[in-house]
Design a protein around this ligand. Structure first.
Ligand code: IPE
Ligand code: IPE
Ligand code: MG
Length: 254
């Protein structure tokens, strides 16, 4: 018997356009092996590479990952420094191949808290890949959902623009993509931890016990298959919103 490909899985026709992931469990992965936590973060970069390739193959249009939260500054200084270093290193190593594969990079988050060196790395990766079309990859770094809402509201207030759902959405850090259809969190916790609070209003949530460094195509397919079986109603009744796991009107993904 030949191995099953994603196309054979139930619901393969309903691939989410936008998948968001809270990549959690790196520290525990390392601790189980008596390694420093940063070793888990390094393995986490490999898991992200696998996931990007899997999303490209499945024609997911947008992948948004949580790499460093507004609150992660509260970790030991050594771990924070390790994460900054890893970001710079991963960008210099991985951007050429991502670019070759048509990945468009964005880094939603508060740049003001980051060192000039980190900001330069992020900006040059974004500029280099701006014309790519195969997959939009948002790496949320120094990102928090509360920060995002406040920065959008503050800019509207400064410009004297009325605050409503449309203007606020347009000012948020993910205004360049539709809202996520599916949000996966690895690592066993069932919470958002300040990720995409505004954008995930109608996102399907999927929690898995696996640790992020172990995440692979098989784990992704479990989440995609689960998503394909969900009924998204957007406030309507089941009879009004039959079947589809993907939104049909524009409002819920403004
Ligand atoms: C997620 O893994 C990565 C970041 C938050 C940067 P963790 O480092 O939170 O791993 P655990 O939850 O401690 O295992
Ligand atoms: C969320 O994970 C942030 C990232 C994955 C970058 P945390 O490990 O920081 O979340 P909490 O502290 O368990 O809520
Ligand atoms: Mg964690």
């Amino acid at each position: 018997m030949t191995a099953k490909t994603f196309e054979d899985l139930p619901g393969a026709g309903r691939v989410p356009r936008h998948v968001a992931i809270v990549m959690d469990g790196n520290g525990r992965w390392a601790q189980k092996r008596h390694l420093p936590r940063v070793a888990g973060h390094k393995q986490g970069v490999d898991a992200l590479k696998r996931t990007v390739h899997a999303c490209l193959r499945r024609r997911v249009q947008v992948l948004t990952v949580f790499a460093f939260s507004s609150e992660n500054w509260n970790r030991p200084a050594e771990e924070v420094a390790g994460l900054m270093e890893l970001l710079v290193l991963a960008l210099s190593r991985e951007v050429p191949e991502l670019h070759k594969n048509g990945v468009q990079l964005h880094f939603p988050g508060d740049k003001t808290g980051l060192s000039a060196r980190v900001v330069r790395g992020l900006e040059s990766a974004a500029v280099k890949t701006v014309g790519n079309q195969a997959l939009v990859l948002n790496v949320c770094f120094n990102y928090g959902g509360r920060w995002d809402m406040v920065q959008a509201a503050r800019r509207l207030a400064e410009q004297g623009i009325e605050i409503n759902e449309e203007t606020l959405s347009a000012g948020m850090a993910l205004a360049h993509v539709p809202d996520p259809d599916l949000l996966i969190r690895t690592g066993g916790e069932s919470r958002l931890s300040n990720f995409l609070l505004w954008q995930s209003a109608y996102t399907e949530l999927y929690f898995s016990d696996g640790l992020w460094p172990d995440f692979d195509e098989i784990e992704l397919d479990k989440a995609l298959t689960d998503f394909a079986g969900r009924e998204r109603r957007f406030g309507q009744t089941s009879a009004q919103a039959p079947g589809s796991a993907l939104p049909t009107s524009g409002r819920q993904h403004a």
